[in-house]
Write a protein that binds this ligand. Structure first.
Ligand code: NDP
Ligand code: GDR
Length: 349
């Protein structure tokens, strides 16, 4: 039997790139998807169609809030690697749905680890946990590495901190091959449209095509370390190919503000943004003097993570991993994809 990989969260941004990578590597992929009243498989449609002729990918209905289904799927599939990418992954939404976020992101990870043990696979399965730079939250050190103390600033960050430690604990207690990838923000044309990068590139494309007047944003001064999702799924896979399970930071080592992301995105359509005013009154004008960006405090978070900058030295040394896509190329790719998508009336998500 060829080794099989099970990504949870296969319908998300990272899951879709990871599924592509694993199929390319010749593995059988079993994805777990949630039942939905509408199609939620847009990002993996191209892979699923192929599966009818060449069954390299199978989908199973399941949910991180349902232990029984996790046990059933794992005992049926007998995977060699499990990637837990499933999560309520939106930081702002986690303030509105804190209990649900804890159930899926924190307890869901525990359920999955216990399902592996229940199936008697603790020594056979390699487990990847999608940990996050949100664990660092309030700045303790710049740049942040595997040894930087955690100080999460949202229900999402706190839930992911439980998931981080339960992964470490199961590695130590049950000798499981279980790793945390502490990934800094990574984006792509498949990024959900409510995350700031994709919200910006979609709006810029819509403004260019005359379908939107103005983009409303929250904190323009937040700083993030943004890379390309395709590079990061390669790093996830490499983490599970080591002799010994360890935790790794994946990041670019470069930081930009939301404001810079806006400016670069407009530059990609040949437009320059001029800022006026401060804080909630700040606006961005285009070269014709039209207001194209406004601040809406509704997008502020009760507690904000102001600055994230990762140090990927350990991943470079031990995994031979390095980001391939530079910041400018990432922005250009996203704007270009959205120009095509908006023109065709066919945007992801
Ligand atoms: P997305 O939000 O795009 O995808 C999340 C996935 O989780 C979707 O497939 C979603 O299914 C699934 N999911 C949500 N709730 C459940 C549930 N209860 N049971 C099973 N599956 C569920 O996230 P990304 O692809 O961007 O991120 C992947 C993982 O990496 C997440 O855990 C995220 O927290 C983490 N992460 C992401 C970073 C980033 O910058 N992208 C950085 C660091 C960590 P559905 O499609 O049905 O909603
Ligand atoms: P983040 O990503 O919270 O870092 O979590 P997001 O793109 O949502 O926010 C990044 C920064 O931009 C600021 N911001 C806005 N954000 C959104 N979504 N919408 C806005 O209008 C807006 N205006 C300004 C935010 O305040 C923030 O500072 C992502 C998710 O993928 C997590 O799952 C993952 O763990 C982390 O990245 C690493």
């Amino acid at each position: 039997m060829s080794p099989s990989k099970s990504p949870l969260g296969i319908t998300g941004q990272d899951g879709s790139y990871l599924a592509e990578l694993l199929i390319e590597k010749g593995y059988q992929v079993h994805g777990i998807i949630r039942r939905s009243s509408s199609f939620n498989t847009g990002r993996i449609e191209h892979l699923y169609k192929d599966a009818h002729e060449n069954p390299k990918m199978r989908l199973h209905h399941g949910d991180l809030t349902d232990s029984t289904c996790l046990v059933h799927i794992i005992s049926k599939v007998l995977p060699t690697e499990i990637y837990n990418l499933g999560a309520q992954s939106h930081v702002k939404v986690s303030f509105d749905m804190s209990e649900y976020t804890a159930d899926v992101d924190a307890v869901g990870t525990l359920r999955l680890l216990d399902a592996i043990r229940t199936c008697g696979l603790a020594h056979l399965v390699r487990f990847y946990q999608a940990s996050t730079s949100e664990l660092y939250g309030q700045v303790q050190e710049i740049p942040q590495s595997e040894t930087t103390p955690f100080y999460p600033r949202s229900p999402y960050g706190v839930a992911k901190m439980y998931a981080y430690w339960i992964t470490v604990n199961y590695r130590e207690a049950y000798n499981m091959y279980a790793c945390n990838g502490i990934l800094f923000n990574h984006e792509s044309p498949r990024r959900g449209r409510t995350f700031v990068t994709r919200k910006i590139t979609c709006a810029v494309a819509s403004i260019k095509l005359g379908k939107q007047e103005c983009l409303y944003l929250g904190n323009l001064d937040a700083k993030r370390d943004w890379g390309h999702a395709r590079d990061y799924v390669e790093g996830m896979w490499r983490m599970l190919q080591q002799e010994k399970a360890e935790d790794f930071v994946l990041a670019t080592g470069e930081m930009h503000t939301v404001r810079e992301f806006v400016e670069k995105s407009f530059k990609a359509i040949g437009e320059t943004i001029r800022w006026e005013g401060a804080a909630e009154e700040e606006v961005g004008f285009d070269s014709q003097g039209k207001i194209r960006v406004r601040v809406d405090p509704a997008y502020y978070r009760p507690t904000e993570v102001e600055l994230l900058l990762g140090n990927p030295a350990k991943a470079a040394e031990k995994l031979g991993w390095k980001r391939q896509v530079e910041f400018d190329a990432l922005v250009e790719e996203m704007v270009k994809a959205d120009l095509t998508g908006v023109a065709a009336g066919d945007v992801f998500n």
